[in-house]
Design a binder for this molecule. Sequence first.
Ligand SMILES: [Zn+2]
Length: 445
Amino acid sequence: MLVISGVRLLHLYPPSVSDPVDIVIEGSKIIKVGQDLHLIYPEAEVYAPGGYVSPGLVCSHNHFYSALARGLMVAIAPSKDFVQQLEHLWWRLDRALDEDLVRYSGLSGASEAVFSGATSVIDHHASPNCIDGSLDLLREGFDTVGLRGILCYETTDRNGLEGAAAGIRENERFALALDEEKREARKKGIPEPLVEAAIGAHAPFTVSEDTLDALVQVCKTTGRGLHIHAAEDKFDAVDSRYRFHQDIAFRLDEANLLGPKTIIAHGLFISPEEIELCNERQVYLAHNPRSNMNNQVGYNHAIGAWKRPVLGTDGIGSDMIEEAKFAFFKHRDAGGSLWMDSFLAMLQRGNEILEQYFPGKRFGRIEAGYEADLTFWDYDPPTPLLAANLAGHGAFGLSSRYVRSTMVAGRFAVKDRRACFDAEGIAAQSREQTKRLWQRMEDLR
Ligand SMILES: [Zn+2]
């Protein structure tokens, strides 16, 4: 049992800031929150870091496979459009990944996430020359670091029919193996895995009708939802109308793929009718503003029309406060009327996805019965921090540099700014692996 003593609770949305309280944690859960609880549990270990504690931050769309692309020194031809960017850069990167490269991409991505205050990352993985077992390799990063996650393999036709079938197979294998592992854990009374499975697909323009049918089947057999890019660029929306004679959302809905476990990433070129349909089906829209700016695909002006928007980074680390700030400032720049509280609400909503994928567990509040996924902040602002101005602090003050500790399921991943795993070893090994990755990318030219 652990008592976190004398900390102020910081809920980003709905905003609230408490007086100093104690949080009692047993196993993976918060069992009590209140004043002076360390007196009631004198035998418990006490941690009194001061500052603020918030529910752990959730990154709702990421690609750890691109973790070793930072500072990339490979000759990449200039691109005229988004599809060329995929061909020249991202699809060359993912084809170059082998077992060790997937492993170290996951380890370094997970390590950085917990230092940024993220406690959960929803990942979308691709490694076309290393598909079978790739989600297990990726998972090693989550397990080693102690990061929660929802993993999937991005099924696509772009590497032939066998590639598509292997993607389907990997999604199904990983999900069913997790079901078995959970059953065993419950039987033995040991902690359940920190990771869950979604069913991944790249994007509608690389998913044929046959592959779509296979995705529908595997969603059914595993009870999971689809995690897919859609209309990240206009090309995807146009292709859907040209080849399939339907808007993307209507095509996915006809296949019965839209529901409360569905995550659509980007969704820039989705019509108002499609947004209405997605809202009816309770679909999550993962907004990735930094990635959209970087890829020059445009701005999602309709972000305010979505009922369930969440925030992702699309591979640009897992610093969610930074992503929320970019989301806010880009929105202001584009003439939008939303205030920062809307973007903190998007960040908070990632917890709802966790509740969809980890049935029976509660996420996103510091209250008895919730999972002890927590972010600790050393934030000591020069102006009052109150519920009424929390969004202003979010936009103009709070940042990941104030993250002191990160806890997932009652266990510290980072404590007092020190990793509870071999972060230095992971970084050093990753730099070695990166040399190999970049050479492999050169060789793929
Ligand atoms: Zn993405």
